[in-house]
Ligand binder design. Structure first.
Ligand code: SF4
Length: 407
């Protein structure tokens, strides 16, 4: 076993050998060198690629998150990422109030459409029910107008919560899109709701119907048996898996954050690396909003060093001791226990963007879009919701924090 080239079983053995019980997996992350992406004289390693399920497409293991507004004249960060091999941009018409699409358009023209892989998504229509096919059909047309492209590589139903959206009429709609050339592939993203049910249903449909899934996955979830089974089923069906929220949701000033020790990785890098060392994950998407994070992320996946068992144990301890901050988005457990429209999962996710991902203004915009009844928790009995929470989160306390930071 050499650094950076070990397999899933090796890491399991190493973790088990020291009693960590961490069900992490690992795959080698190899890279070539980008000669022109670095300052003069320095050669930067290229972000490695992996195969995306049954599609057979090779995509970079780091995807460029597009939830922010870019520099419409010349976005240095996008260009640097592109030169490092991150030619996959994950965006959505709703991101940054539409500004993600608007400000990506010049970059697409600068590097050439055919050199990029673009994923976009629509949905999150609000309300408690699934969007209709007609709603998705209307929504996708906006994608092309603003991006200035006549196709996107993959189209996602955004923030899927309802398994009904994988019924035949929706899959037929997705197939029509593929046949029309509007998109090559179809999938969905999900960060709350019953992710396990959604993934299991997708696995039954198979990797030709649902080509890829982007879901919340990080080191705090290694012990989730049902999620692991659902991931295995998706991989067996040929569905490409993309992880997001790899940093979990612990505030950066938490004591456990400060305690992490490693010779090779910052905690941020270790958390990102931990998701990608699971060989079932093709790639991770990161909200990269400055050059420092871009370089930190790139180094995490291009180094020949792998996470050691000691580092995995630290992550395992960190996950256990900070569980009360780590909302997993399982809103079917808590939101069904309150007698109002209160959006617990959304509010805690926006709080995470502000506390952990340095995206406070984006989080404030999202928070402001919630209706009064979706935000209001003061007059709501939260006892049953709190009892139902597997992470033992102080829901009222965290909602208060969200209001203090985001209102
Ligand atoms: S507050 Fe708890 S139950 Fe609700 S979504 Fe978050 S982790 Fe799940």
């Amino acid at each position: 076993m050499s650094d950076g080239k070990f397999g899933r079983r090796d890491l399991l053995k190493r973790a088990a050998a020291v009693g960590a019980g961490v069900a992490a997996a690992s795959a080698g992350l190899q890279s070539a060198v980008a000669q022109d992406a670095a300052p003069a004289g320095e050669a930067m390693p290229m972000v490695p690629k992996r195969k995306l399920g049954k599609t057979g497409e090779m995509v970079p293991v780091l995807l460029m998150g597009g939830s922010q507004k870019f520099d419409p004249v010349f976005d240095k960060m996008l260009h640097r990422a592109y030169k490092l091999g991150m030619n996959y941009i994950d965006t959505a018409e709703s991101y940054a109030n539409g500004q993600s699409h608007v400000t990506l358009k010049p970059f697409i023209e600068q590097v050439g459409r055919k050199n990029l892989w673009i994923t976009s998504k629509s949905g999150m229509f609000g309300g408690s029910g699934p969007g209709t096919v007609a709603m998705y059909r209307d929504a996708i047309m906006k994608e092309f107008d603003v991006l200035g492209t006549d196709y996107i590589d993959a189209y996602f139903f955004h923030g899927l919560k309802h398994t009904e959206c994988l019924e035949p009429e929706y899959i037929k709609f997705a197939d029509e899109l593929k046949k029309s050339g509007k998109t090559k592939y179809f999938g969905f993203s999900c960060h709350d709701g019953n992710v396990v049910d959604l993934m299991n249903k997708a696995a039954k449909l198979g990797g030709d119907a649902v080509n890829m899934i982007m879901f919340r996955y990080n080191f705090t979830m290694y012990g989730d048996v049902e999620l692991n089974k659902a991931m295995d089923a998706c991989v067996a069906a040929g569905i490409g898996l993309l992880s997001m929220k790899t940093q979990s949701s612990v505030p950066q000033d938490n004591e456990m954050v400060k305690k992490f020790q490693s010779e090779n990785f910052t905690l941020h890098q270790a958390r990102l690396r931990a998701a990608l060392e699971d060989e079932r994950i093709t790639a991770s998407v990161s909200g990269i909003n400055n050059m420092q994070i871009l370089m930190e992320n790139t180094k995490a996946v291009t180094t020949a060093k792998a996470l050691t068992a000691k580092e995995m144990i630290q992550l395992h301890q960190y996950a256990a001791q900070t569980a009360e901050y780590s909302c997993r988005g399982c809103t079917h457990l808590c939101e069904t226990k309150v007698a109002s429209d209160l959006k617990i999962g959304d509010q805690l996710r926006y709080l995470m963007y502000a506390e952990c991902y340095d995206q406070r203004s984006e989080a404030q915009q999202l928070y402001a879009k919630l209706s009064v009844s979706e935000r209001n928790f003061h007059s709501v009995d939260l006892d049953d919701a709190t009892k139902a929470c597997p992470q033992k989160i102080n829901i009222r306390g965290r909602l208060e924090k969200a209001r203090a930071l985001l209102a």
